[in-house]
Design a protein. Sequence first.
Length: 283
Amino acid sequence: MGVTDCHVHINPLGEMRPDARALVGPVDPEMARVVEEPRRFLDYLDRSGVERAVLVNYVAPEVIGYTEAANSFASEFAEEDPDRLIAAGGIRPDHPDPVSEIHRMVHDLGLRALKLHPAHQLFSPNDYIDGRRPGLKAIYGACEQERIPIIFHTGTSIFPRARNRFADPLLVEDVAVDFPDLTIVLAHGGRPLWTATAMFLARRFPNVWLEVSGVPPSRLLEYFPRLAGLAGKVLFGTDWPGPGVKDIGGNLRAFRSLPIGPDDQRRILEENPVRVFPRRAPN
């Protein structure tokens, strides 16, 4: 089938706030060209042994700097090869007309997933229950209807102004209960504080998937000791080129060296991603 990296940051770097950009550190000029030029990025995937990548974008002007312009950026980048590049977009949790916006993202921009980052967007995923953010219910319902997954950031963030109390994956449990046909991806698997919670949710709910990006592959089984037993619900991802993630191919080689059987590795690397992020139907 080919490997899918379910969490790659191909973002409009020019929108990043200076303090957020400083945390990322200096960007190698060649690497900058890779993340800015789709053909160079596809060549990089080829060298890394990866067929497809999910381009994770989201809207968080208060913490990171990204605005709704990230959606058009992701759409245009993925146009180079939509069979290999799966563009994910973002939306503010208080968007005034989320249903129309998600319809536009899917049908006009061709985006194939939604990324919500509670720790950077400063909201709780279940804020719709007490009426604090009623628009969230419309967002979840629209994604459920459009049949696109929502990728929730779970686990801590070290970026300035991030609020990690919003990153507990247990806050997503209400969403899984209330929207059983919505595909939910728990990005980073709640690392490092809530990995057991994330695994519990993936076991409990058919519509919840555990994604393990942002964890050094050599330490995956420390964070997720029962990973092989949950292989049918796990997605491979790198979080490249995030802090500490130097190379997609290196991460993939390290993952392949883990004591996880070939059938389970194939599920995590190849089969599960196609279930969550299906291949495009032929035009």
